[in-house]
Design a protein around this ligand. Structure first.
Ligand code: TRP
Length: 327
């Protein structure tokens, strides 16, 4: 079975957009692959984090992934910082990555423009990511398109290392998440529903209560035509509601259009709100059962144990190759 490896940034609260765009794809992949899922908390501090919030979010996101259908029997789930081998391999890889290569990373260029105090960690972030991947001989790395360049850097560094020291690393390939269903902000339907937007009125969080979910959907921005059909250009709000409905019901947009063709906007919203509420309340029920449970600790302990063993072996092989100590 081929291995995939994914990181889930603990940087914000998960939204309906994360569920439809990312989490549901992770759930689909678990049947076909030996799947490793980890929380890159060491990456999170490349921008300033509140320690209490960070700790909370790590657990919360793991619990939400489980509640959304990530099966702990089919996935190895762990926290990056609990495995001391990642940062160690990262150092060796840093010494095999050129300044020019790392300086070309688009995400670094963009993030560093937006911040005043840019840290060295933000610059070396992609190299730690390469270590995350190369430690486990991952065949594929499912990522959003924004992370493709980082996976390519991991490939380049791995190829270089293998040439210099002998075959140590498997060369990973990015598996670009099919963007298929992109969910837009309910108030601003030409923008993506993003957990980092300031205005929360257009964002549905997975843990929003029913009243809030309904309120946000009922006040979604639409248009004045009064007819329900899919047209992203001219009817972004209505098209977004159709997309949400279709993806949660697992039907095509055309089917959703057909279903709603004689509806007015109020009734359309009400039915979309019904479906979203049904799906999210089910997720929340599961979430509430596990968030404080020992089960989640057992899953993470197991993940930490399994991955530490694999990572230790790989790191020792690397240390041997480069001539360190008495390895
Ligand atoms: N940088 C990734 C993101 O922002 C998260 C990540 C860290 C990751 N390490 C990884 C993803 C290794 C895949 C593999 O989404």
């Amino acid at each position: 079975m081929k291995r995939i490896l994914t990181g889930l940034q603990p940087s914000g609260e998960l939204t309906l957009g994360s569920l439809i765009g990312g989490i549901s794809q992770t759930v689909k992949l678990q049947d076909e692959y030996d799947s490793f899922i980890f929380v890159p908390d060491m990456h999170a501090i490349t921008v300033r984090q509140d320690p209490i919030l960070l700790k909370e979010r790590i657990r919360k996101n793991v619990a939400l992934y489980l509640a959304c259908g990530v099966d702990p029997k089919k996935n190895t789930i762990y926290i990056q910082s609990e495995n001391l081998y990642h940062a160690n391999l990262s150092w060796v890889l840093e010494c095999n990555t050129y300044m020019g290569e790392a300086s070309r990373m688009t995400q670094f260029k963009e993030k560093s423009k937006k911040q005043d105090n840019v840290t060295v960690g933000l610059f070396t972030y992609p190299i730690l990511m390469a270590a995350d991947i190369l430690l486990y001989d991952a065949d594929y790395v499912p990522v959003g398109i924004d992370q493709k360049q980082h996976v390519e850097l991991a490939r380049d560094v791995a190829i270089r290392f293998n040439k210099l020291y002998g075959e140590v690393f498997k060369i990973p390939e990015p598996l670009i998440r099919n963007v298929g269903f992109k969910i837009m902000d309910l108030q601003n339907p030409t923008n993506k529903m993003s957990k980092s937007s300031e205005n929360h009125k257009g964002i549905i969080f997975l843990l929003d209560d029913e009243k809030n979910i309904r309120k946000k959907i009922m006040s979604a921005v639409t248009d004045s035509e009064g007819k329900v059909y899919y047209d992203v250009q001219n009817k972004p709000g209505i098209s977004n509601l159709l997309t949400i409905y279709a993806s949660l019901k697992n039907i095509s947009i055309a089917k959703a259009e057909e279903h709603f063709k004689d509806y007015n906007y109020g009734n359309l919203k009400k039915e979309v709100a019904d479906v979203v509420t049904e799906v999210l309340l089910d997720i929340q029920e599961k979430y509430n059962k596990i968030i404080d449970s020992e089960e989640i600790d057992e899953i993470l302990n197991r993940g930490s144990e399994v991955t530490s063993k694999i990572a230790k072996e790989k790191l020792e092989e690397v240390f041997k190759k480069v001539g360190f100590g008495r390895y």
